[in-house]
Every structure is written in structure tokens, then in C-alpha cells.
Design a protein around this ligand. Sequence first.
Ligand code: PGA
Length: 294
Amino acid sequence: MRKEDPISPCFTDVLALLQALSRDWQMKMVPLSGGADTYKGKYRAMARRKLIAGNWKMNGHLDSLRELHGIEKAAKSHPQVDVAICPPATLIAAAVARVPGLAIGAQDCHSADKGAHTGCLSAPMLREAGAHYVIVGHSERRADQGETDEDVRAKAEAAHRHGLTAIVCVGETEEERDAGTAEAVVTAQIAGSVPAGATAEWLIVAYEPVWAIGTGRVPTLDDVLAMHTAIRAKLVESIGDEAEGVRILYGGSMNGSNAAELLAVPNVDGGLVGGASLSTDKFVPIIEAGATLA
Ligand code: PGA
């Protein structure tokens, strides 16, 4: 009995010390070990919602909007994924009126808010029409309209100024991939096209290998993984911690048959879909694939 008295307090003290050390370890050692960023990254990575976005390009008339009803229905039945359709600008307002439950986006915007730019549309105009997203720097515009990284960055900034989420597109040509420069090309596009200070609230990146767009060819899953990992790392360099929350979509011949495996690749946070977004029947299975992975 007598012996326990000196031992008990001692044991209690040791226990208290261990508990204090353990609290201290949890609170201090995690950041010191560099684990805080990793932890935050994992936490935020888990929080990234998949986005399945359709890019109608220069396709569609008023009667095409009937396809949106089934897409809206699928979006509502799978609330764990975000769904958007970017029709030609002439259809934005009509699409918003027809399917108010579906997010609508634009395919381009000018970097200026207004002015003498015949034929162009500004971010505030698109916002007023009801758009929530705007694709900027699609490879077809980089090639056909000669848009540079600087142009794309200015467009993304304009989008942000007016409350639009910018989907910044990057991607290498077949020649660049064959030459082994794909990653260098794409990370340079990220460095040049992503505005400083961009946040996950309004920036999305779409990796679209030019040679995979509309061709039925897709990169191997290993190539997709390598590129999306490289893009994430470059985003961290460009915008710091915020990069972990930025969604990186894959685009290029995504369809109902390959979506599930592409969307399961780490750092693939959704899809930017061209041809297969033009009809309900082809687009809904991609939404479903995203939903099962969410
Ligand atoms: P695709 O187009 O799905 O028809 O290949 C993708 C895109 O260009 O956004």
C-alpha cells in the first residue's frame, strides 16, 4: 500500500508528460515534418468535385437544346458531380432559360470588358447571358486565332473579374509528344496562361492533347497520370497551396466507354468533352461514370 503512493504520482506524471508530448507532436511535428502541406493537399484533393463539362464548339441550333433536358435530369440525379454545357454563345441565354438547373458556359471571351472589338464577346456580356463558366485557350483557338499564353491569361483574368469560372486549356501537339517535349510544352503553357493569384474558386485547367481531340485516340492512362501530376506540380509552383483545390480535367475523345478509367486516374478531376457532349445519350454515361467515382 505504502509503496504505491510514491509510484502512482510518478506514473501519473509520466502519463501526463506523454500525453502532453503527444499533443505537442500532433500540433507541432506535423507542420515541421512538411506534413502539413501534404495533409492539406490530401484533404483538399478529397474535396475536389468532379466536373463533367461539354464543349459544343461551333455546333448546335435552337432545336439542339432539347438534348439538354436529359443532361439536366442526369445532373440532378447525380448531385455529387458538377455538370456543365458550353454551347455556342448564341444559345447561352436560351439554354439558361430552358434548363435553369444546368450550369451553362461559354467557349471564349475577350480580355477587355468592352470596346472596339468587332465580333467579340466580353466576360460581362457572357455573365449577363447567364454563363457560369468560360473555356479559354482551347487548342482550336490557339491554332486558328493564334492565341498566345498571354492572351489566354488575360482572358482568364477577365473571366474572374466578372464572376465566371475560367477553364484554361493546355495540351501538346502530336509532333511535340513524339519529340518528347509534351510535358515541357504543357507546363510552359500553365506557367504562361494561369493568372498569378488564381484560386480554386475560379480556375479550372483542362489538359487536352491536341492529337486526341476529335480523333478517337486517347493517351495511355500512364501518360494521363504523368501529365496531370506534372500539371499539379506546376500549379503549385505558380499559385502555391491553392493549386491543390484546382480541378484538372482531361479532354480528348472522352466517351461513355473510356470515361470511367480516365476519370479514375489520380488528379483527373473531370472531363472536357466535345463530340460526346452533343447528345444526351452519349453524354449521360460520362456523367454517370463521374458520379460512381465521386
Ligand atoms: P472531343 O473534344 O471530345 O471531341 O475530342 C474535346 C475538346 O476539344 O474539348
